[in-house]
Design a protein. Sequence first.
Length: 222
Amino acid sequence: MAARIQPSILSADFANLEAEIGRISTADAVHVDVMDNHFVPNLTFGRTMVERLQQVSALPLDVHLMIDDPDRWAPEYAETGAFSVTFHAEAAADAAGLARRLRSIGARAGVAVKPDTPVEPLLDLLPEFDQVLVMTVEPGFGGQSFLERTMPKLRALRTAVTAAGLDVWLQVDGGIGERTIGIAAEAGADTFVAGSSVYGADDPGAAVAALRAAADGHAHAL
């Protein structure tokens, strides 16, 4: 299966987001980073913006919640019609329960971990999730360098997902470009968030195609 490329509009022109989404029409989804200036030291979009993006985007929305108290707030994002809602394991009181609630609303349920958060506590819970996001930078800002030290977590997740026969997408976010996407793909990732490497290109559509080809060329052997 071809790698999934989900450009992050954190790197897009905020004044023209509908047009910016149109520039990545060959992507698999739009990655929307919601930050509350508490869980991470940055403030971006909220529910109102996600609702509006949902109305104008021809692509599915992959919403990444970098917020406190996702047990309370994450379901509201699922109710916007978002394709996928990912919350952070570090912030959730009941990750499995929240995932079930998101699924019941109709969204795919994702759980994210920061670079230094171990994934072992999640391995027994994998059937509860549709996606696990391994952050390959510290969450909060775009344009950071890829942290290769996070790759053992991806390998552990890929081994567990394969052994259990699960259909859980393994996503990476942070510092993803044509070189680093291959490293992540070899470690087991199949879903890739890319910001500046897409929206910093003269042709974002061509950048999406190049990233997909680079990932497919290094895909983890299952």
